[in-house]
Ligand binder design. Sequence first.
Ligand SMILES: [Zn+2]
Length: 480
Amino acid sequence: MEKKFVEALTSQKDDFSKWYTEVVLKAGLVDYSPVKGCMVIKPYGYAIWENIQKILDEKIKATGHENAYFPLFIPKSFLEKEAEHVEGFSPQVAWVTKGGDEDLFEPLAVRPTSESIICSMYAKWIQSWRDLPVLINQWANVVRWEKETRPFLRTTEFLWQEGHTAHRTLEEAEEEALKMLFVYKDFVENDLAIPVIAGKKTENEKFAGALHTYSIEVLLADGRALQAGTSHNLGQHFAKAFDIMFQDLDGERKYVWQTSWGVSTRLIGALIMTHGDDYGLVLPPRVAPYQIVIIPIWKNDAEREKVYNYVDEIYNILKRYFRVKVDKDEEHTPGWKFNEYELKGVPVRLEIGPKEVDKQEIFVARRDLRLKMSYKKENMVEELSNLLDDIQKTLFQKALKFREENFHNVRDFNTFKEIMDTKRGFVKASWCGDGECELKIKELTGATIRNLPLDWKEEEGKCVLCGKETKIKALFAKAY
Ligand SMILES: [Zn+2]
């Protein structure tokens, strides 16, 4: 066997951004594509996305939504119907102007989001209060022309789900927007083990065309924030632009109230940047492509047969309960494999040699804490199941602790600026509520209001920039 070791990664402290790029490439999540700004998601990365989809799709359906699919192309005139919407998205829209050799009569946008095409259909489908609510979700790709891109976090084409609903009343739409925000919060915290702060976006930061927007915000290991999901109460903006009307119980024709909400492959970027370390990825068991990898260790043919038989026996038991992979590749040394699966973030590694066979045990290494232990074969299913649960919980607790350590209550602007210039993190500060003041803060510090957290109570204070009396507390950070 050759003595080749996995090349060391750049450490997070030395260069976090370089570490990130190396991890996504070396762990086999993505590759650069021939198309600028677009990424190829390789099988290992795509398997994470499939697990995300599977779990989230169940939650979306459990809350009464159905999946459907709408066209990739959107007529230019549709996109232009809602004024704020077109203004917000037009700098990023990719256009199709030719079909074969012929110029198109009307250019088609490659969807940057699907409100307009879906609303045009809802106008046809919705006639009466009996048709409401409409609760539809779509899993799709979207395109937003980006100048600067980074795998998963910002790419020209990305994958996501977008929910689009229509309701009889404003209250119902508001309830829906909040319900889905909390579906996302539950999913990101429990399945991805990432703590989030749920709140309302400011007018400056809301979705183009929404009445208001809610978001969940994550603090990443380099002290920057990432918006991990959004849910919009669209009010009647699109209903009026697309003439989506229904006859209400009182016989009157009224506009519907709408919502839209989405999360994307960006979540994978959040996963990597929240849990990863200097050895590579650390994946939460719930979404890891395989939760356990088994590595046989042997020196000669006699040992090999003995170990392989035992490994097969273990594998056949474990595969009924867990996502398991056995690596019998004989080209690489066990040492090489240990590094490789650490890099890939596999939650649990079993190292099985002749000693384990003799003792009828398994030797276990957990990726997150890099601890090792042995379990008896007869108890292994229960032990491993508890271990995976513990890893899932430990990852969340560790991320929460990091967020708390990097959370700053700030009163004066100099401290605010100094934090943003150095260690970054989340800052809680008073804000007067004025959009101009918010923009000025951004200009001076690079920090934006991530959201106005829903569970923060009103507090008397003075705006961190202008000093005006206010009760609003905002969550600030430099964001991706
Ligand atoms: Zn102010």
